[in-house]
Design a protein around this ligand. Structure first.
Ligand SMILES: Nc1ncnc2c1ncn2[C@@H]1O[C@H](COP(=O)(O)OP(=O)(O)OP(=O)(O)O)[C@@H](O)[C@H]1O
Ligand SMILES: [Mg+2]
Length: 537
């Protein structure tokens, strides 16, 4: 390509850029594009690129000094760089450093959805029931005038929400969480965790807590937080009250949903979907998202005919994990543990059923109804039928745990392995699980425990057992005893390569400094002492 060809588009862009009208249209086009992008719509890149591509004209019309052209080109590159930074930040669901206010964000999302007919004003359906009748709605407005604070709105609406949730699914609960920071920031930032007013969740995935000070408590009210960030794909919906839902308030809820969709996938590898509700005394906004993208919003008045069914439908759900959890519980004849909640003011953790999760499974505390005082840990693994290998792994794990039973290995309940499938939304879901007879707790990472775990691992190796995923996260403790869990990639052929892998993986997971040559020579108990002498605990 000759010099002449190279500069045709550039010179034309600069000619246009020097024109104030063009600058205005460029900035309008960029802000339109940003609004598309704020909801994650990849059309923005096409829009911008198309915009730049359209600036080709006959070179004969433009004469500019090359030095000036170069300067302008670099300015355009700067603008493009800023734009791409904003795009990246918006894509991650963040407030970009180039200030875009919450109101702007709310407006961007709203106008983007409107242009795709995905921002809908609910049309009342004559003859159907409203969520609140006129008298209840008046009381809602009064609660705000008297209370002057959102907390009064939350307190007023909570009993209505509790009743609605019970009708949809008796295993689901509406949890008040406005004093607990559980909703992580982007990229797992826990220093910036938010406190939504509430959320709806299956009771097995709630960390129950007592009511906070000054909370107005109604019957059956539950306080708490999400049991673990790792199970956020199972959140039914996130709820937030505002004195008056403004664009900024709407953006806050969108931001909660975007944070939840960040950095995670569902069990089948798809992006996570989330739902949220933001409301004031008069109106309610139902918002849906996929990953970082806000996809739908429906607005209604609490007194609109048909709004009761609308909200009921919105929170009706089909979470694959929950569906399989209760199927497995039925097959094993067990129930998940739900702590007895108390009205006494205590923000202490009351706990819950959830014990932990990893890449493949979730583990819950359960009991047989004949004796609630004895608890068991139940592991559940789910899979699509295309990935049935995962279910094979849980089967392997159960047999491995039986074969390896003895010191340091979590004991399993005999004949407790169950494998089956369910249909959900015309898809087949495979699941499998089993019971462990010891419910442990995570092991604190300190010098004494690391030594204990290394010795325990060494004893497994001496018995010819290779763990396969020997990380500190796969150790639990009950009283003073250490147990290894998660034997899905374990084998009984503990060759020297495998066992030194176990040790290396364990030391890395516990952040212990060690000399790699010591690991290379580690084979069995003979140099265990040398290993302990050589690592920095
Ligand atoms: N018996 C138990 N008692 C208490 N907690 C347990 C028990 N078994 C497992 N857990 C907890 O559950 C978590 C997940 O269990 P496990 O490691 O078996 O699942 P996983 O999905 O296979 O994990 P990974 O991603 O490591 O393969 C563990 O890290 C541990 O915190
Ligand atoms: Mg694990």
């Amino acid at each position: 390509m000759c010099f002449y060809d190279c500069w045709i588009p550039v010179v034309w862009v600069l000619f246009l850029y020097s024109n104030p009208l063009f600058r205005l249209s460029l900035s309008l086009s960029l802000s339109l594009s940003l609004s598309l992008y704020s909801s994650g719509d990849t059309k923005i890149l096409d829009t911008i690129n198309k915009g730049f591509a359209e600036f080709r004209l006959d070179i004969g019309e433009v004469k500019k000094d090359v030095g000036e052209v170069k300067k302008d080109v670099s300015q355009i590159h700067e603008v493009k760089k800023d734009v791409s930074q904003i795009q990246d930040a918006l894509h991650r669901g963040e407030n970009p450093s180039v200030s875009i206010s919450r109101t702007d964000q709310g407006l961007h999302i709203k106008s983007t959805l409107q242009s795709g007919d995905n921002y809908i004003q609910f049309q009342p359906q004559i003859g159907k029931i409203p969520f609140l009748n006129e008298a209840q709605s008046e009381l809602a407005k009064q609660s705000l005038i008297e209370g002057k604070h959102e907390n009064f709105l939350v307190a007023y609406f909570t009993p209505f929400f509790i009743n609605l949730v019970k009708k949809v699914d008796p295993n689901m609960v509406f949890v008040n969480s406005e004093y607990y920071s559980w909703l992580q920031g982007l990229s797992g930032d826990i220093t910036n965790a938010a406190k939504p007013d509430g959320f709806i969740m299956d009771k097995s995935l709630v960390n129950f807590r007592g009511p906070y000070k000054d909370a107005s408590v109604c019957p059956e009210q539950i306080f708490g937080e999400l049991a673990s960030w790792g199970v956020r794909c199972s959140i039914n919906s996130i709820w937030d009250a505002k004195k008056k839902v403004s664009l900024a308030g709407y953006a806050d809820l969108c931001n909660y949903l975007q944070r939840c969709g960040d950095g995670g996938r569902c069990y089948d590898g798809s992006w996570m979907n989330h739902k949220g509700v933001v409301y004031d005394a008069e109106k309610c906004y139902l918002v849906k998202s996929i990953r970082h993208t806000i996809t739908h919003t429906t607005v209604f008045n609490w007194t609109d005919a048909g709004s009761y069914d609308l909200l009921k439908e919105f929170i009706s759900h089909s979470d694959p994990w929950t569906k399989c959890l209760y199927e497995l519980c039925d097959m094993l004849g067990v129930k998940v543990v739900v702590p007895v909640t108390t009205n006494a003011v205590t923000t202490a953790q009351l706990g819950g059923s959830f014990l932990g999760s990893g890449a493949c499974g979730r583990v819950f505390k359960v009991f047989y109804p004949i004796d609630e005082s004895i608890t068991y840990a139940m592991k559940l693994v789910i899979s699509t039928d295309e990935e049935e290998g995962r279910i094979g792994e849980v089967e392997n794990e159960y047999y491995q745990l039986n074969n390896a039973k003895g010191e340091g290995v979590i004991p399993v309940v005999s004949d407790s392995l169950k494998l089956s499938s369910v249909n959900l939304n015309s898809k087949t879901l495979l699941f499998g699980g089993y019971l462990m007879s010891v419910v442990g707790c995570p092991v604190e990472n300190n010098k004494t425990n690391v030594k204990k775990m290394l010795e325990s691992l060494n004893r497994l190796h001496k018995r010819g057992i290779y763990h396969g995923d020997a990380r500190i996260q796969n150790v639990v403790q009950w009283e003073d005893t250490i147990y290894w869990v998660d034997f899905r990639t374990s084998s009984l052929s503990a060759s020297s390569v495998f066992i030194s892998n176990d040790v290396k993986q364990f030391l890395e997971s516990a952040h212990v400094e060690f000399d790699k040559s010591v690991i290379a020579t580690y084979k069995d108990n003979l140099n265990m002492q040398e290993l302990l002498n050589n690592i920095k605990l």
